[in-house]
Design a protein around this ligand. Structure first.
Ligand code: AGP
Length: 603
């Protein structure tokens, strides 16, 4: 949830920390702070500010902090309100240790009591402060062995960065549960919650695993397990470009990411086909049941995936919210496969649910966007979406890439099982390869959809309806609108409307009806008639040339014709554009909506 950054080298550290924090701000943005080993004063200088990174930046403007070693943090509050005193970094009693932390220390209350009994005074309400005092309390002349002792005392999930006056030429990183990457430079090294924070400086990364402690100097990175034994780590080369972490002329990252979709869909097709793991398809051949688990937008992708996998691969699929799946009495045997979908690959609910299923004997598959993420490393098989970094909190390009990957998965499995013919497989690939151009065509309607956004932006509620494959797209349309515009919205299967939500309809309610010319078209038209009879304001998403539906609607957004099973990838796009422009016109903070974090690493 929070973002952490660290630097050790010869550069002036403050700009490096601020740059990294800006890249990490999407992980949390209610306060931010830095700590620097200040050359002039020989102290650890700590500066914090409630609000965004730009507030911290302004605050630092006239401060003359000189140093080449430091830590930074952007916070998403868990323990303690978003105040300056609760902002990270936190320092120990003597001020000799400074700590940044992402995660939750579950036993902090007990540790706090122990430390208070020894005379340590706490300034904040956070769980993190115990780590700073623990370092001071346990310091034995060697920061590595102290860190190992501290790690053994901490329960919960955490990524921790520590600097100290005791050993000023080192940064310590400890990882359990929450992510940490170490960026490798020449004569300098970096610590960060994720890769985009330091992409400007390096493409070479070490990804820490749970239960590892790293000692980082400007010229070396040594990683140890909790027994103090050295661990050999592979260097991961990342080919994401820095441009993907910039807005590139767009007003918001979300808008830019919406426009990247023709490319990210095409890249996901190419990436998927060039990295097929036959082992996975052998496993899928005789699986008895596939569970898909995910959260939020990734869950909606899973719902669409269920239709495709059941249709083309003839494997029974259940889709669950990861947070629910984890605590229910699911039935798992050695033929069960569990697929976790996650953009970040760090979502705690999804990770822990998948790990539990693995312990019970299921084979696990991850579909992730972030290379080297925890979910990818913890699963038996990994599939990727090829989107580069997604910065906007609202998932857009990764959603359509997840859909693309799930469709490809269903086709590959279907071909190998013989449930689809090679001819159908070829034809489906041909149709799918036309999708990026069709998405491009929909993007050309942005100005028209923006006008609709202007017309409907003052509505206090929205209803989104769809059937079959487009029902999850209705859910996704409602989620997108809610999370960035704060307008209440519901997504429903259109056929279910008459069983309750129809009572909501009046002349003020915009009802977005996803009604492409597929085999449910006539049924969808009947549902639209039902809305019309109750004077709802009907906005339809329809196939090019469908003039019948236009006459039933107040407004119609057209999308190109395609095969029935491909429509969800197209119908998702107007949902994204509409919610983006409503939120933007309402002046909302589109990329960093209130209360949200891009990566949710707490349960
Ligand atoms: C998407 O717009 C949301 N911000 C959110 O629902 C997100 O999809 C969810 O938190 C899951 O994240 P993940 O894909 O990184 O696991």
């Amino acid at each position: 949830m929070c973002g952490i950054i660290g630097y050790i080298g010869d550069r002036s550290v403050v700009p490096v920390l601020l740059y990294g924090l800006q890249r990490l701000e999407y992980r949390g943005y209610d306060s931010a702070g830095i700590s620097v080993l200040d050359k002039d004063s020989g102290r650890i200088v700590v500066e914090k500010k409630v609000g965004k990174i730009k507030d911290l930046q302004e605050h630092l403007w006239d401060k003359k902090i000189k140093g080449c070693v430091g830590l930074g943090h952007s916070r998403w509050a868990t323990h303690g309100e978003p105040t300056e005193v609760n902002a990270h970094p936190h320092t120990s009693h003597s001020g000799e240790f400074a700590v940044v932390h992402n995660g939750i220390i579950e036993n902090f209350a007990k540790l706090k009591e122990e430390l208070q009994a020894k005379g340590y005074q706490f300034k904040s309400d956070t769980d993190t402060e115990v780590i700073a005092h623990l370092f001071e309390d346990l310091y034995n002349g060697d920061i590595l062995s102290t860190a190992l002792e501290v790690a053994k005392r901490l329960e919960g999930a955490y990524a921790v960065g520590v600097i100290s006056l005791k050993e000023p030429d080192k940064i310590i990183a400890i990882k359990k549960g929450s992510p940490i990457v170490i960026g490798l430079g020449k004569g300098e090294n970096f610590l960060a919650s994720d890769i985009p924070a330091v992409l400007e400086y390096t493409r070479d990364f070490i990804i820490l695993d749970d239960g590892e402690v790293a000692v980082i100097t400007k010229d070396s990175v040594d990683v140890y397990n909790l027994n103090g034994e050295k661990v050999e780590k592979k260097v991961l080369k990342v080919d994401w470009d820095t441009a993907s972490a910039e807005k590139g002329g767009y007003k918001h990252f979300m808008q830019k990411e919406i426009h990247e979709q023709p490319k990210t869909i095409a890249d996901t097709i190419a990436g998927f086909l060039s990295s097929i793991d036959e082992g996975l398809f052998e496993t899928l051949k005789d699986t008895s049941r596939l569970y898909i688990i995910a959260c939020g937008t990734s869950y909606h992708a899973g719902l669409v995936g269920k239709f495709w996998i059941e249709k083309f691969a003839r494997i029974p699929v259940e889709v669950d919210y990861a947070s629910e799946y984890r605590y229910r009495d699911r039935v798992i045997d050695d033929k069960t496969v569990v697929l976790g979908i996650s953009q970040s690959g760090e979502t705690a609910d999804t990770r822990f649910a998948l790990l539990d299923a693995k312990k019970e004997g299921a084979k696990t598959v991850a579909l992730v966007n972030v290379v080297g993420s925890s979910l990818a490393r913890e699963s038996d098989y990994v599939l990727y979406t090829y989107c580069g970094p997604e910065i906007g909190v609202a998932a857009t390009k990764t959603f359509t890439a997840q859909l693309t990957a799930l469709l490809l998965l269903s086709l590959e499995a279907g071909l190998r099982k013989g449930s689809i013919s090679p001819q159908f497989y070829q034809e489906a690939h041909k149709r799918l390869s036309d999708i990026p151009a069709k998405v491009e065509k929909i993007l050309e309607s942005e100005d028209f959809i923006k006008d609709l956004a202007y017309k409907y932006m003052n509505a206090s509620d929205f209803l989104f309806l769809g059937r079959n494959l487009n029902y999850p797209i209705a859910l996704e349309g409602a989620l997108k609108l809610k999370e960035i515009s704060y307008i209440h919205a519901e997504g429903y299967p259109a056929g279910e409307m008459k069983h309750g939500p129809i009572a909501l309809i009046d002349e003020k309610l915009p009802v977005v009806c996803i009604a492409p010319r597929d085999r449910f078209y006539e049924k969808m038209v009947s549902n639209i008639q039902e809305v019309k009879a109750r004077k709802g304001r009907i906005i339809t998403v329809a196939t090019d040339g469908d003039s019948d539906i236009k006459s039933l609607s107040e407004d119609t957004v057209y999308i190109p014709e395609t095969e029935d099973y491909l429509y969800p990838i197209l119908t998702a796009i107007p949902m994204q554009i509409l919610s983006y422009h409503i939120a933007s016109l309402l002046g909302k903070d589109v990329d960093q909506p209130r209360n949200l974090a891009k990566t949710v690493t707490v349960e």
